[in-house]
Design a protein around this ligand. Structure first.
Ligand code: HEM
Length: 233
């Protein structure tokens, strides 16, 4: 009997709403750091082909050698990203299921219209982002989907060939727009789940969150826009 109680309690500790939301927050913050790093890295397009391709090569082959073997860091990074993605999606599914169940119950305090709208928007942008990320990896990383570039082109060549096409610029602007929207709400919401937002700091965190989303959008948008405008060729 006592063992059962302990086991039940343990299970509850791992699946409490607070804990699930904290997991979602931590994985989300890791993604925001990745997006800041990735969008900043893409700005190296402005330094020319050699600088950008060297940077891409360094990330894939040389990063943190000899802590990791040659080509090792990228796989550690990929494994970490997949783990974060699984955690993030699982936590989102659990939270959604619980909020649906709670809505059916007569005892819960109704959420504000703004909260309900934010939750719905996060779900919608999250699902769309998932499919766009799959497309993006098949496009730029594996080169399975090719838009004007050949199989053994360099990352710089892939970018320049792709964004000659205004339609691809629009597709990527939608992609990064969705990512920025998701971050604009998710960032402060993550800090709230971690208990770091007090009444007085909420407004500040909301503004900061919007700024982080806008910064990510701007840094990602500059290279494709510069390419389509003929500034990078
Ligand atoms: C204008 C926007 C973007 C551009 C031009 C861009 C460009 C690139 C390029 C060129 C690569 C491949 C690098 C290589 O394999 O050599 C790449 C990889 C990747 N990008 Fe983006 N990216 C953009 C936005 C995003 C966004 C918004 C996300 C996530 C929401 C994202 C997630 C990734 C991931 C996960 C990889 C794979 C890294 C790996 O495992 O090799 N990217 N991106």
């Amino acid at each position: 009997m006592a063992t059962k109680t302990v086991a039940t309690r343990k299970r509850r500790a791992w699946t409490t709403t607070v804990f699930v939301k904290q997991l979602m927050a931590i994985s989300g913050i890791v993604f925001v750091l990745f997006l800041l790093f990735h969008s900043y890295g893409n700005l190296k397009m402005f330094l020319g082909q050699e600088a950008y391709d060297h940077y891409a090569h360094w990330l894939k082959e040389e990063a943190f050698v000899p802590i990791f073997p040659h080509g090792g860091f990228i796989w550690v990074f990929r494994a970490a990203m997949v783990l974060m993605l699984v955690i993030h999606i699982w936590a989102a599914a659990v939270t959604w299921k619980r909020s649906r169940r709670a809505r059916r119950s007569a005892y819960v305090v109704k959420r504000s219209a703004a909260d309900a709208y934010a939750a719905r928007t996060m779900r919608m942008t999250g699902v769309l982002l998932f499919f766009l990320i799959v497309f993006h990896i098949l496009h730029f990383t594996t080169g399975t989907i090719r838009t004007g570039f050949i199989a053994d082109s360099t990352p710089y060549e892939r970018m320049v060939a792709t964004f000659q096409n205004p339609l691809m610029v629009v597709v990527y602007l939608i992609f990064i727009g969705l990512a920025a929207l998701h971050v604009s709400h998710g960032f402060w919401s993550a800090f709230q789940s971690l208990g770091w937002v007090r009444g007085g700091t909420r407004k500040f965190m909301e503004v900061l969150s919007g700024l982080v989303g806008a910064l990510i959008f701007l840094m990602f948008a500059l290279p494709p826009l510069a390419i389509v405008a003929g500034y990078i060729s």
